[in-house]
Design a protein around this ligand. Sequence first.
Ligand SMILES: [Zn+2]
Length: 75
Amino acid sequence: MSKAIGIMIDGEATWHAPSAGLTDYATLCNIDPDDPSIGYTGHIQPPRGQRITCQHCKTIWTNVVAMRLRARDFD
Ligand SMILES: [Zn+2]
């Protein structure tokens, strides 16, 4: 099973990490998949083994991992 979230953007399949925030965006890079006015035309199911290809999602993930936060860092 793939962890990737598929979003059609300008007629092309794109693959993202799932959202981890408190918003209603579908992806880690804050995409609303149902916004045809800017070319975002819905979810698509990832094929088995699909990898995340979005560089924005990768950058966010890389930067969070680099913080090396622990549960004790939070109040
Ligand atoms: Zn993304």
